[in-house]
Design a protein around this ligand. Structure first.
Ligand code: NAP
Length: 244
């Protein structure tokens, strides 16, 4: 049986491109997101995509409740689809504003979805990987987490947090042959960047254009399958961080 990858935030954008590439390469893929119709549509479009599961509430109130929900979802996946070998944490949101104008509820939901959510899904998927003595996790960060950006303090903090989380978890689980890496995209053409002017965005990028979700997916595949790479940060940004 081919290896199973859970893609959190796999219903659209970067996560959907990752799900499609993995399915093309013969992985079994489980897509998680809040919007069940969107998750179902992605799964239906996958080559050989037979497995699906839905995760509500990476951001629901109460950490204990959230932990339980995520844990239950992953147990359900394991019971119905088998051992989880790979996890891609692509679920994320942005609510950009200057810090002084940021609404507290937005600050909480960004930190919970982007940072705490990835911690909870990693924790839930790890049981399966540690038992099998092998697996890989790719967290999706951002160049904004590495370099900072005015108007994105909270988002940047959530993504910078993922860098520390990735390096620390990589150390914790390396002896069990589980690898953890961070991929930091620049400006990628998805719903998240729909408000960005193409021309303005492209001007700041050395390669002169926004990236495509499929280009990020290629790099995710590289990190999932490279057996001697762990604790690394890989920027996929057309050189943007060189100019930041
Ligand atoms: P997107 O098209 O808006 O996709 C975001 C995905 O996350 C969707 O599948 C969404 O599904 C899921 N999601 C959001 N909140 C969730 C929650 N609470 N629980 C479960 N799933 C949730 O955005 P994208 O551009 O592909 O972004 C993917 C990742 O890349 C994010 O972490 C983002 O921060 C990061 N990133 C993007 C860019 C860029 O330029 N696009 C740059 C750097 C980093 P539902 O709405 O159905 O829940």
């Amino acid at each position: 049986m081919s290896r199973l990858c859970v893609v959190c935030g796999g219903s659209k954008g970067i996560g959907r491109a990752v799900s499609r590439l993995l399915a093309e390469k013969g992985f079994r893929v489980t897509v998680l997101s809040r919007n069940q119709d969107a998750a179902r549509a992605t799964v239906t479009s996958l080559k050989g995509g037979r497995y699906r599961a839905y995760l509500k509430g990476l951001c629901s109130p109460g950490i204990a409740q959230r932990l339980q929900e995520v844990q239950k979802t992953f147990e359900n996946i394991q019971n119905t689809c088998g051992n989880i070998s790979y996890l891609v944490n692509a679920a994320g949101i942005n609510k950009d504003s200057l810090l002084l104008r940021a609404r507290p509820e937005d600050m909480v939901s960004v930190l919970h979805t982007n940072l705490l959510g990835s911690m909870l899904t990693s924790r839930a998927a790890l049981r399966s990987m540690l038992r099998a003595r092998g697996g890989a996790i790719v967290n999706i960060g951002s160049v904004v987490g590495l370099k900072g950006n005015s108007g994105q303090c909270v988002y940047s903090a959530s993504k910078a947090g993922l860098e520390g989380f990735t390096r620390s978890l990589a150390k914790e689980v390396a002896s069990r042959n589980v690898r953890v890496n961070l991929l930091a995209p620049g400006f990628i053409r998805t719903d998240m960047t729909a408000g960005l002017s193409e021309e303005e965005g492209a001007r700041s990028i050395p390669l002169g254009r926004l990236g495509e979700p499929e280009e990020v997916a290629q790099a995710v595949l590289f990190l999932l399958l490279s057996p001697y790479v762990t604790g690394q940060v890989l920027a996929v940004d057309g050189g943007l961080q060189l100019a930041m």
